[in-house]
Write a protein that binds this ligand. Structure first.
Ligand SMILES: NC(=O)c1ccc[n+]([C@@H]2O[C@H](COP(=O)([O-])OP(=O)(O)OC[C@H]3O[C@@H](n4cnc5c(N)ncnc54)[C@H](OP(=O)(O)O)[C@@H]3O)[C@@H](O)[C@H]2O)c1
Length: 253
């Protein structure tokens, strides 16, 4: 008999889609979330917090695999993941699948440094593991642009490109990996097109009928320099199919 697959962050942008894809594939799913069970959830639910460890043992108990999509969005991710790993080891030998980001070893952003350390914890976990790195999700690009929606001018870092990918394609790959044998670090996944931040902002404005000035701003610093050099891009792995324009059109934005 097959045991459930635990999805940490199963309420998030990526995790929600992973959960649905696993259910579609006929797998039992358990979600770990800090929130109480959602009334609409047609699967198991474990309320818990990776920051404190509360509820984590109940979440990892008896699972075949863990798709680790939760993030605290800061360096606490390292301790949170270690808590998950320790709990998973107490529970048995589940396959730990981790979603990471292309270029975390090239762009010196504090969040990326933490992510790299999380990867190291996964590799050193003594659990069977798989790590997939992807480029930025379309949703994140939209969030970066809409963060300035009240301003008549949208500032974008000059010379920075993105290669956004559709979260459904990432979820599809994670599900394939989670139900398969542990594969270690698998090839990176990048979106289908590399476009400037300015161009993506303009595409968003055109698709949503908004009129704003998009202003490229030359920004100093090692992080922006690394982004300008394309450290976060995967031009050789442009395997995503859904373009940013198609994503916007589908969302009715
Ligand atoms: N966004 C991108 O462009 C991108 C690109 C490549 C890789 N990734 C990686 O993909 C993963 C998912 O990203 P996302 O954009 O889907 O994230 P998200 O929408 O921000 O979701 C974060 C999830 O983490 C959970 N979470 C946060 N703190 C937690 C805690 N203390 N204990 C338990 N759960 C906690 C949240 O669940 P509750 O609020 O329900 O507790 C939520 O479901 C992240 O690791 C991210 O780094 C993202």
């Amino acid at each position: 008999m097959r045991n459930p697959i635990l999805v940490t962050g199963g309420t998030g942008t990526l995790g929600r889609v992973v959960v649905q894809r696993l259910l579609d594939a006929g797998r039992d799913v358990r979600v770990l979330s800090r929130r109480p069970r959602s009334a609409a959830a047609g699967h198991e639910w474990a309320t818990g917090d990776l920051r404190t460890g509360d509820g984590v043992d109940a979440a990892t108990s008896g699972v075949d695999a863990i798709v680790h999509c939760a993030t605290t969005l800061n360096k606490e991710d390292v301790a949170a993941t270690q808590r998950l790993v320790d709990s998973a080891r107490r529970s048995g030998d589940p396959h730990l699948v981790f979603i990471s980001i292309v270029g975390i070893d090239r762009v010196p952003l504090p969040y990326y440094r933490a992510k790299l350390e999380v990867e190291e914890r996964v590799v050193g976990s003594e659990l069977p593991w798989t790590i997939l790195r992807t480029t930025q999700f379309h949703d994140l690009v939209v969030r970066m642009i809409t963060a300035q929606r009240w301003s008549p001018v949208i500032g974008v870092p000059a010379g920075v490109d993105y290669q956004p990918i559709d979260v459904r394609e990432v979820a599809e790959r994670l599900v394939e990996l989670a139900v398969g044998a542990p594969a270690g670090r698998v090839p990176d996944m990048g979106g289908p097109e590399i476009r400037s931040h300015r161009d993506l902002a303009r595409a968003y404005l055109a698709a949503t009928g908004r009129r704003r000035i998009v202003l490229p701003v030359p920004l100093p610093g090692a992080v922006v320099t690394a982004f300008r050099r394309g450290g976060h891009l995967a031009p050789e792995q442009a395997v995503g199919r859904v373009t940013f324009d198609e994503f916007l059109a589908e969302q009715g934005r």
